[in-house]
Write a protein that binds this ligand. Sequence first.
Ligand SMILES: Cc1cc2nc3c(=O)[nH]c(=O)nc-3n(C[C@H](O)[C@H](O)[C@H](O)COP(=O)(O)OP(=O)(O)OC[C@H]3O[C@@H](n4cnc5c(N)ncnc54)[C@H](O)[C@@H]3O)c2cc1C
Length: 315
Amino acid sequence: MEQVDALIVGGGPAGAACAWKLGQHRADFLLLDKAVFPRFKPCAGWITPQVLKDLELNPATYPHSLTHFTRFEVFIKNFHFKPRTNQYAIRRFEFDNWILQRSKSRMVNHAVKKIRFEDNRYIVDDVFSAKYIIGAGGTHCPVNRTFFGNDPERKSGPLIVAQEEEFIYDYSDARCYLWFLQNGLPGYAWYVPKANGYVNVGVGGSEAGLKARGDILRRHWMLLEEKLDEMGLVRGHAYQPVGHSYHLRGKAPVLRRGNAFIVGDAAGLATVDMGEGISPAIQSGLRAAEAILSGVEYSVRSIPKYSFPSILGLR
Ligand SMILES: Cc1cc2nc3c(=O)[nH]c(=O)nc-3n(C[C@H](O)[C@H](O)[C@H](O)COP(=O)(O)OP(=O)(O)OC[C@H]3O[C@@H](n4cnc5c(N)ncnc54)[C@H](O)[C@@H]3O)c2cc1C
């Protein structure tokens, strides 16, 4: 059995940020991911300046696609406004791999199935053993399922179902569009043009909200295709959207149990208003690493629950 001090399950932004911090302090850790990187991840890839700050990412030297938006086209029902902003967009395929590579982590391609706690160590699939385990496996994280699933105090935030597609397109409109609450969607749709000729379009909304209306996300995807065509944003594209789901921030008082931690989507930390999860994933990953390295309390209380203040430049 391979023995290390810490095992990180999942190499998305939460796991990679944790690995980056542990690596800076020469900790003895191993990162496991079921995917081979660079891997595809359904996501609009919109990031805040806070992400750049937390990762010490300099836009001038970042080697991949990075788009800077200073204004948004926002539609809330029929109301249209153009707030100033200071936000960025990356491609997850490139960005996640870049954080991981930079962390110089030792990584093993392994789909974690069973974890048990025995003699003060976490044993993963009878293959890996560690004193600490960090659950960064996203919505269906096995660390969360095994050690945090039965918390009676826990109230997960709404489950968001989303469909999106990122593709090469010779776009002529470089503005970023957000459509909120259109046609009864309890969520929003987006058009995000990116560097190097990519466009990301998608719809996302509360699963419970859709169900209560007898509605389905697919209908809103079809309406988005029509809107993109009508507005001349995307025409003549044969769409192949993919779906994914994740929880918005709810009430999860316990995010550390013994030496087991959950971070990012595994802990359900995406913002309540916009479902922005990359920044909370990175911040929680860094905090879990700090807790392991220096014994400080692991807490996500000060990680913002809302995105609007940042989008509108108020934070
Ligand atoms: C359509 C869509 C659009 C989005 N747009 C945005 C956006 O624009 N901006 C934003 O901030 N957020 C956005 N989000 C949310 C964001 O994608 C997530 O909050 C973020 O990816 C969370 O990062 P994470 O590291 O916690 O999890 P993930 O990125 O999901 O990474 C988890 C990793 O764990 C691995 N894993 C899972 N299970 C196992 C296992 N059993 N064994 C080993 N490895 C495992 C996976 O392969 C994966 O690499 C969007 C989400 C969706 C669905």
